[in-house]
Design a protein around this ligand. Structure first.
Ligand SMILES: NC(=O)c1ccc[n+]([C@@H]2O[C@H](COP(=O)([O-])OP(=O)(O)OC[C@H]3O[C@@H](n4cnc5c(N)ncnc54)[C@H](O)[C@@H]3O)[C@@H](O)[C@H]2O)c1
Length: 249
């Protein structure tokens, strides 16, 4: 089934993990993918893999926290492909800090990329999604739904993404644009490979973020994201889908 035939999907965070797996899945289902990331080399690899599998993809380096870059990036996507059907907004960063030692600059960076960056993309694509009747899939987290030890900045950013997405869903529902979140948990990616914890981390609390059935690869997210972005998700908006192997069940 080619659910994305003649459809253009912009994927942020396409250089790694869930964004990369989603880009590959959309391309495998016939879509043209506009891949966005901060990491040029990683983006190149994503596009090369999609093209060698017979798919269509283009890449653009962009810092999602930079307003002018985001505007230019979305304009380039629409100029290149002529339309936009979905935004898969996966770019993000994770850091753990002891709350009493959390530096304001570190808090701000997480908020700038994870929350403000997510909003900048949503705002820039909406005029195009109104034309195509398309949708947005934002990356929230299980950390938006349950406390994350030493994760004050990250969980605040993801809680904001969840609330913002519901508001967009309600504001645009009558106009045919949908907005949903995925809440991944314990997905093996670059983000979870490379985590630094503060010395004060209480390891007894870590099982709170571990999946009961074991960590899984990013492809388990890609299928859910493709469903939400496609016509199969046509009556789903303002929803957050937890994909965490039962962590919060
Ligand atoms: N992996 C998990 O278990 C998990 C759990 C909950 C939520 N999430 C969320 O899912 C999304 C994808 O995470 P992932 O696990 O695939 O991580 P990842 O680190 O593998 O991929 C994130 C990508 O975002 C890019 N990026 C970072 N900052 C950027 C910026 N300013 N501009 C553009 N690109 C930028 C990185 O270069 C990277 O390629 C993130 O928003 C993350 O917070 C992941």
């Amino acid at each position: 089934m080619q659910r994305f035939e003649n459809k253009v999907v912009l994927v942020t965070g396409a250089g790694s993990g869930i964004g990369k797996a989603s880009a590959a899945r959309v391309a495998a289902e016939g879509g043209s993918v506009f891949c966005v990331d901060l990491n040029a080399q990683a983006l190149e690899a994503t596009v090369a893999e999609i093209v060698s599998a017979g798919g269509e993809a283009t890449a653009r380096v962009c810092d999602v926290g930079d307003e002018a870059s985001v505007q230019a990036c979305v304009a380039e996507c629409v100029a290149h492909y002529g339309s936009l059907y979905a935004l898969v907004n996966m770019a993000g960063i994770l850091r753990f800090d002891d709350t009493e030692q959390l530096q304001t600059a570190h808090w701000q960076k997480v908020i700038d990329i994870n929350l403000t960056g997510t909003m900048l993309l949503c705002r820039a694509v909406l005029p195009h999604l109104l034309e195509s009747g398309g949708s947005i899939i934002n990356a929230a987290s299980t950390a938006a739904l349950s406390g994350l030890p030493c994760g004050v900045a990250y969980s605040a950013s993801k809680g904001g993404v969840l609330a913002m997405t519901r508001s967009i869903a309600v504001e645009y529902a009558k106009r045919g644009v949908r907005a949903n979140c995925v809440c991944p948990g314990d997905i093996k990616t670059g983000m979870t490979d490379d985590v630094g914890f503060p010395e004060t981390m209480d390891w007894d609390l870590l099982p709170r973020i571990m999946s009961i059935s074991g960590a899984k690869g990013p492809e388990v997210m890609a299928g859910v994201i493709a469903m939400l972005a496609s016509a199969d998700g046509i009556h789903i908006t303002g929803e957050d889908i937890r994909v965490d192997g039962g962590t919060l069940s």
